[in-house]
Design a protein around this ligand. Structure first.
Ligand SMILES: O=C(CO)[C@@H](O)[C@H](O)COP(=O)(O)O
Ligand SMILES: [Fe+2]
Length: 228
């Protein structure tokens, strides 16, 4: 069992006018990685930022922090090279946004980034399965992508459980409405990479929230390894 509990704050709900400082603050509070939400106003009804912002963030936080780019864009092929050049670590694209996932996976790898593959709530996990052995991380969305601060969809947990049973060492990420109230469901289902936006950023004590989320997931991983 190679996977570990990792917590990646989504900085979507932070003060976007001081993103660099917010990223540094999250890393200082114990984040394992940073989850950066890219929205194009087409794949989702919202716009955030693109590779020029990522390049600035990379300069401001240094080489170490891992940038998980959640690409909520209609043409993910278009941004692979610009994101790699800007300093992205992982390129997480949506299965719904491409007709040729295999080629896109290859392009992302060739550009030196890790590969994440995301599915929206309406997409079955069986559609993701053929690619699972070719990716570094599967992202099961637990809200409709587009906005932070939405309600966690518990009915996505069977997707996570099924993926964990079929791919025991795959990194599985959940994203949307995840915080202290919902983390137990995610951990029990088998998620190990946890995106949390408003619950972490909106807290007076982000360090404690990050630590709590990580502890719950680490304990579930430990329990699963003992049960095997
Ligand atoms: O990708 C998305 C939304 O589309 C997420 O990354 C959210 O931004 C997470 O925020 P919370 O739901 O945790 O507030
Ligand atoms: Fe996201």
């Amino acid at each position: 069992m190679a996977y570990m509990a990792k917590i990646g704050p989504s900085i979507l709900s932070s003060n976007l006018s001081c993103l660099g400082r917010e990223c540094v603050r999250m890393m200082e509070c114990g984040a394992d990685y940073l989850h950066l939400d890219v929205m194009d106003g087409h794949f989702v009804p919202n716009i955030t930022f693109g590779h020029p912002m990522v390049e600035c963030l990379r300069k401001s936080v240094g080489q170490d922090p891992f940038f998980d780019m959640h690409m909520m864009v209609s043409r993910p092929e278009q941004w692979v090279k610009p994101m790699a050049a800007a300093g992205a670590s992982q390129y997480t694209f949506h299965l719904e946004a491409t007709t040729n996932p295999g080629n896109l996976i290859k392009e992302i790898r060739e550009s030196g980034m890790k590969v994440g593959l995301a599915i929206k709530p309406g997409t079955t996990v069986e559609e993701l399965a053929p690619w699972a052995n070719h990716i570094d991380m599967a992202l099961v969305m637990t809200v409709e992508p587009g906005f932070g601060g939405q309600k966690f969809m518990e009915d996505m947990m069977p997707k996570v459980s099924w993926l964990r049973s079929q791919f025991p060492s795959l990194d599985i990420e959940v994203d949307g409405g995840v915080g202290p109230d919902t983390i137990h469901k995610c951990a029990e289902a088998g998620a190990n990479m946890i995106v949390s936006g408003s619950a972490v950023i909106g807290s007076d004590d982000p360090r404690s929230v990050i630590s709590l989320l990580r502890t719950v997931v680490a304990e579930a991983i430990q329990k699963r390894s003992l049960d095997r």
